[in-house]
Design a protein around this ligand. Structure first.
Ligand code: UDP
Length: 245
């Protein structure tokens, strides 16, 4: 089946922020225990045979291009460093998934033949068809983008039904819930509102791409055990961002 044809199974792209792989307060950028927990949750979902899963991992636990650029580094160079950081996270996740017997491949947008396949859209679509978890590493392969945008892009290319953004909050709020006790949480909100009110939970390029390609986004709390499995299987675990809102 080509990626243009609708899949009979639910096909989703899970976005994990790099920061989520780090234990709070730890000096280690990647916590093997956290990676193991996420891999367990992915395994639970894949066991059902009901889902095709792509994963985009960020790199913020190691490096963010914009922060390095604000401190004087050339932005494009800093962004390439950031993209390489996502490859380390992707390999860690792949290792944990394979250890649990979950078939898994890493496709990198920057060629790195010794550690990952090079991203080829049709190949990735076939691997998803075949029930493999495909981890999309090295972002879009271009500087000035984010891994949120990568998730939206890969979801569009792969004909995914949803983008699942696992993050540190349990949904979209109208202001920062950590700073404002009266912050209002949305069960459902439109792309337009997220973009016009500049909600920071995801970047505007990612929202726009999903809006244009009619791919709903679910924003949910990675910290709650079981949420990753539930989100992959389509349960109501967070705020839905879509055209209706
Ligand atoms: N990045 C990039 N192009 C992309 C994706 C990522 O240049 O298509 C770089 C950018 O510097 C970014 C870093 O990789 O800051 C890590 O990604 P991101 O900040 O999205 O990671 P997260 O915040 O999700 O951990």
């Amino acid at each position: 089946m080509s990626s243009e044809e609708p899949s009979t199974r639910r096909r989703v792209i899970l976005k994990l922020s790099g920061e989520a792989l780090r234990e709070t307060g730890s000096r280690d950028n990647i916590s093997p225990e956290i990676v193991d927990r996420i891999a367990n949750e992915v395994k639970e979902a894949m066991k059902t045979g009901e889902v095709e899963l792509g994963i985009v991992v960020g790199g913020g636990n190691f490096w963010r291009g914009a922060s390095a650029s604000a401190r004087g580094m050339d932005r494009a160079t800093a962004d390439y460093v950031g993209m390489l950081a996502t490859v380390m996270n992707s390999l860690a996740l792949q290792g944990a998934l394979e250890h649990k017997g979950v078939p898994c491949v890493v496709q990198s947008a920057i060629e790195m033949k010794n550690v990952a396949e090079t991203f080829i859209r049709r190949k990735a679509a076939k691997q998803l068809d075949d029930g493999k978890v495909v981890i999309f590493a090295a972002g879009t392969g271009s500087p000035f983008f984010s891994t949120d945008t990568t998730a939206a892009l890969r979801a569009s290319e792969m004909g995914a039904h949803q983008v699942l953004k696992a993050t540190m909050v349990d949904g979209v709020y109208d202001s920062d819930p950590k700073k404002n006790a009266d912050a209002k949480r949305f069960d459902r909100v439109s792309f337009q509102e997220c973009i016009s009110r500049q909600f920071k939970v995801m970047d505007s390029t990612a929202f726009s791409l999903c809006m244009d390609n009619k791919i709903p986004i679910v924003i949910f709390d990675l910290g709650k055990h079981g949420n990753v499995t539930e989100a992959i299987l389509g349960a109501d675990v967070g705020t839905v961002v879509d055209s209706q809102g």
